[in-house]
Design a protein around this ligand. Structure first.
Ligand code: ATP
Ligand code: MG
Length: 568
């Protein structure tokens, strides 16, 4: 490809509304352009990278034994009514009507459609297990589209769905997908981490997210330094503390007219926050429920929403409800004389002689103890907090530390969440009808492009890893309009490289060398040749890998062989 004819609109300045580096560089390097919020056009250079990622994913999915299909973007409402998700999906699902006023949506995901295919086409246990995948456009009307293609409204996903007669078969495919995802991200030369993840309302332990590590990542990953544990903060748990020591203090009432926060009360009493407890009130199925945490800990809303009798998604009680049910305002609440059901986080339950609100405005207790003063029962003790750095991992091996991650993949067990309501079934060996269990495996194809850039850039631009570089080779001709020697040598190298099977971009533009170098660094093609008059006098060109600091001189005769060797 000749750069003089390629649509490659590079920008010198940082676009104003791009907050993360990958978004800035994708705009500046002319990979994408925004059409409207969360909607992007892929320009030629960006599309080449996207296609390379798709190819790697497709090759590895095929190796894993999955079968490629392509399902419609537009899906009829009836299918979503059958699964019960037409109502449940909320505003992320874009709905519309056709000319006959029938309801449709733009597919945010494809469980319903694939299960429909399954129930129509698959009838025997002999056809199982089976794993279908597609690489296709999704539409989700995200509340806050941001970071360019990282959280877009229209984006490309590789989604796969597997069907099984029994758990052992599911487990084998799940492991196969886990390995497949690891191979894909390794081939893309990404630094990544699989972590245990929340399963939403499906439950079970079979859920892993694959995170590309980057400071711009939206997720916090808790991993054990010196151990193997790793989980999304949403799901992460620490080693359970030992039980509370015996009481040493008496329960004492103190007036606290100005102390409504943990900070204020701990200052006033000169006690650390971890000797106080805080009381939050949330909605439960049978009225409000209090959740009590150690003063220095934060509630984990995902974990809390899964506790018995708690309304999901977690919803906090408003002040009126709190006063009506507890008899006091927030800031003076606590477990002693608590009039509603309450749950206590394990670490709060391990305290003795703690400070808490007295359920009476402007009054606290010191020296509180669970069994003596609150009659706490074991069934009220739960895990409801975010882990913090320094916690011991749940298996006792290593200390929790945090990293930021970009979620690029998620694999999990669906069980019968779709096969049951959609009445998918097969006949087993005995001729009995069986509902298959399902697995689901998503990967963010467009998001991956941004994730790669987050990990591969410097102040001048992108550093494409060799397997993803939009062109194998960038030939930069210096002043070709002035020098016949340069023009001819560059043209010959270009022709030879194409003949050798390389994908080549030739910068044949009539631009100053400075502009050409800046653009070359910005678009970040992995291998670069610079053809200039000075080198040609000695029959050499400058050869440089984008991530290396300095160039070497390579003889004109050998250079295409050398470039080709790098690709092997
Ligand atoms: P998130 O928590 O980031 O919203 P999700 O749980 O909604 O992700 P899945 O439904 O599991 O995501 O989708 C599979 C993959 O699709 C994700 O791992 C992610 O890489 C990608 N993905 C999801 N939403 C978007 C989006 N709005 N823009 C780009 N990629 C996305
Ligand atoms: Mg989402």
């Amino acid at each position: 490809m000749r750069q003089s004819t390629l649509l490659l609109p590079t920008l010198k300045e940082n676009p104003a509304d791009a907050d993360v580096i990958s978004h800035r560089l994708m705009l500046r390097a002319g990979l994408i352009r925004q059409l409207a919020s969360g909607l992007y056009t892929w320009l030629p250079l960006g599309l080449r990278v996207l296609r390379k990622i798709e190819t790697i994913i497709r090759e590895e999915m095929n190796i894993s034994g999955a079968q490629e299909v392509l399902m419609p973007v537009v899906q009829p409402a009836e299918l979503w009514q059958e699964s019960g998700r037409w109502q449940k999906m909320g505003d992320e699902m874009l709905r519309m009507q056709d000319r006959h006023e029938r309801d449709f949506c733009l597919g945010p995901t494809h469980e319903e459609v694939i299960t429909d295919i399954f129930r129509r086409e698959i009838h025997s246990y002999k056809q199982l297990p089976i794993n279908f995948y597609q690489i296709q456009t999704k539409f989700r009307d995200e509340r806050r589209p941001r970071f360019g293609v990282m959280r877009a409204r229209e984006f490309m996903m590789k989604d796969a769905y597997s069907f099984h007669l029994d758990q052992a078969s599911f487990d084998a495919t799940y492991q196969e997908m886990y390995d497949c995802y690891s191979r894909i991200l390794t081939r893309m030369q990404l630094t990544f981490r699989p972590v245990q993840a929340d399963t939403g309302n499906i439950g079970g332990d079979n859920s892993h997210e694959f995170h590309v590590l980057a400071s711009s990542g939206e997720d916090t990953i808790a991993y054990a330094a010196g151990g193997t544990y790793a989980a999304n903060l949403e799901k992460a748990t620490a080693l359970a503390p030992s039980s509370a020591p015996a009481p040493a203090e008496d329960l004492e009432r103190i007036d606290t007219p100005n102390e409504k926060t943990i900070d204020a009360i701990s200052k006033r009493l000169n006690l650390p926050a971890n000797r106080c407890v805080k009381t939050l009130v949330v909605k439960g199925n049978e009225g409000p429920v209090a959740i009590i945490l150690r003063g220095d800990h934060e509630l984990n809303e995902i974990k809390a929403a899964k506790l018995p009798n708690i309304v999901a998604p977690l919803t906090f009680a408003d002040e009126k409800e709190i006063v009506a049910s507890m008899g006091a305002h927030p800031g003076s609440l606590g477990p002693v004389n608590c009039k509603i059901d309450y749950l206590v986080d394990r670490d709060a339950a391990a305290l003795a002689d703690f400070v808490c609100g007295a359920n009476e405005d402007a009054v606290h207790f010191t020296g509180a103890n669970w069994h003596r003063d609150c009659a706490l029962e074991d069934k009220q003790i739960v895990d409801a907090r975010n882990v913090v750095e320094g916690d011991t991992a749940p298996d006792g091996k290593g200390t929790i530390e945090f990293l930021r991650g970009i979620e690029v993949g998620h694999i999990f067990q669906l069980d019968k969440a779709y096969s049951e309501p959609l009445e998918a079934s097969v006949l087993d060996k005995e001729g009995t009808s069986q509902i298959p269990i399902m697995g689901c495996y998503g990967m963010g194809v467009t998001r991956l492009v941004a994730a790669v850039i987050e990990q591969n850039h410097d102040e001048d631009g992108i550093l494409w890893p060799q397997p993803l570089t939009p062109y194998d080779l960038h030939i930069v001709a210096l002043n070709p309009q002035k020098s016949t020697a340069v023009r001819e040598a560059a043209e010959k190298l270009y022709a030879d490289a194409i003949a050798a099977g390389l994908e080549v971009l030739l910068d044949d533009r009539d631009e100053r060398p400075g502009v050409k170098f800046a653009d070359a660094d910005l678009i970040g093609i992995h291998q670069r040749l610079v053809v200039g008059d000075r080198g040609l006098k000695n029959d050499v060109v400058e050869y440089k890998l984008r991530h290396e600091a300095s160039a070497t001189e390579v003889s004109l005769v050998n250079v295409i062989d050398e470039v080709t060797a790098k690709l092997k």
